[in-house]
Design a protein. Structure first.
Length: 85
């Protein structure tokens, strides 16, 4: 079994935020087994240090792709800002 990687806190925060936004847009909170998600209509999933979410709302492939798109945007935006200085 491969050793899991540990992601830096900033990456985990970005990953969690992107996943939660995508989950809400996808309607996952209504399908989730977590009461807080269903009650508020927002995703409350957390990620472990390897970036694995504990979401039970069954994200669609489209929602997962949306989360990846958000992360790519964030990466390119921060990279472009850093190179401008």
């Amino acid at each position: 079994m491969p050793t899991p990687i540990t992601l830096p806190p900033l990456v985990l925060t970005a990953l969690t935020t992107a996943m939660r936004i995508a989950a809400k847009t996808d309607g996952a909170p209504a399908r989730c087994t977590r009461k807080a998600c269903r009650r508020t209509g927002r995703c409350h999933a957390v990620q472990d240090r390897s970036g694995n979410p504990d979401c039970t709302g069954r994200l669609s492939a489209r929602a997962e792709a949306s989360a990846v798109d958000m992360l790519v945007f964030f990466y390119k935006w921060t990279r472009d800002r850093a190179s401008a200085h």
